[in-house]
Ligand binder design. Structure first.
Ligand SMILES: C[S@@+](CC[C@H](N)C(=O)[O-])C[C@H]1O[C@@H](n2cnc3c(N)ncnc32)[C@H](O)[C@@H]1O
Length: 211
């Protein structure tokens, strides 16, 4: 079985060339990207969130899956990498790039719930995953990658990943499938709300921050 993606975002090669030129090695791998596109296509009109934009490889995969009325907020705390993503993808009116620490962004977000969250930096993944899961609509999808061991990991990182993989599948309100595929994924779906948790968004979306 050849699991090489059968399609490829138009902007991807130029994004990866810029990534290589600046020594950025954290872009998602292509099988993960193809899954992101498929998941995006399963939520027509959905509101999507990416925590950790990088240079925009994951964003480039999400966009072709999104319907014309879908929207994506993508957050990174490094304005230099975000500028690369914005240069390649910013003309697409469905995506907004925000420079922010993802933890602070989780504290301040008051908008509608998300149909899909791609957690690709520490906040929302190795810590504060519960705060991100609370922002998903019922049936909303959660994807985390980079869970299979990599030679470049610092020694303590395996413990962090082990704790994540031990906790997330049993997290209240999430049905999750760990997948030893691509870079190692965990795909989950929001199943139910905790007692007392509001089921409807209480505030309209704020305009996302600057590019
Ligand atoms: C793995 S890369 C993202 C790759 C991208 N999502 C993709 O699929 O190609 C992680 C990114 O998270 C960003 N980052 C790290 N810590 C962060 C934080 N606390 N808040 C926001 N972004 C953060 C880094 O600047 C880096 O660009």
């Amino acid at each position: 079985m050849d699991d090489t993606p059968a399609f490829r975002p138009r902007a991807l090669d130029a994004i990866l060339a810029d990534a290589a030129a600046r020594g950025f090695r954290l872009s998602c791998e292509e099988r993960t990207g193809s899954l992101l596109a498929v998941l995006a296509a399963s939520k027509p009109g959905g509101l999507f969130l990416e925590l950790g934009t990088g240079v925009g490889a994951g964003t480039a995969w999400l966009l072709p899956g999104m319907s014309p009325d879908a929207r994506l907020l993508s957050v990174d705390n490094d304005p230099a990498v975000l500028a690369v993503a914005a240069r390649h993808l910013g003309r697409d009116g469905r995506v907004s790039f925000t420079v922010a620490d993802a933890g602070e962004w989780l504290d301040s977000y008051r908008g509608p719930r998300f149909a899909l969250a791609y957690a690709d930096c520490f906040p929302g993944k190795f810590h504060r995953a519960g705060d991100l899961l609370r922002l998903l609509e019922p049936g909303g999808l959660y994807l985390a990658d980079d869970l299979l061991p990599q030679a470049t990991w610092p020694q303590e990182h395996q413990q962090r990943v082990d704790a994540f993989l031990a906790q997330l599948p049993g997290h209240p309100g999430l049905l999750a499938a760990p997948m030893a595929w691509a870079s190692g994924l965990l795909l989950g779906s929001r199943t139910r709300f905790a007692a007392g948790e509001p089921r409807q968004p209480t505030e309209a979306a704020r305009p996302p921050g600057g590019r």
